[in-house]
Design a protein around this ligand. Structure first.
Ligand code: FES
Length: 62
């Protein structure tokens, strides 16, 4: 079965947006499958890392 090429949208501000789902492998080795759109924090301020929780809107980092 052919796998689609993932699309990662890198905006000027905010998270990395992954379209088409993703498999996340956490530091403890746990795997997590996500469907649809995944937003990964790149500012370091999210309380729900590795996911974006919108905290970047309150900072000047990005
Ligand atoms: S990029 Fe959104 S909280 Fe970090």
């Amino acid at each position: 079965m052919e796998h689609p090429i993932p699309t990662i949208i890198i905006g000027k501000k905010g998270p990395f947006i992954i379209k088409g789902g993703a498999k996340l492998i956490h530091p403890d080795g746990r795997e997590e499958l996500r469907d649809g759109t995944v937003a990964l924090c790149r500012c370091g301020l999210s309380a729900k890392k590795p996911f974006c929780d919108g905290a970047h809107k309150e900072c000047e980092i990005l």
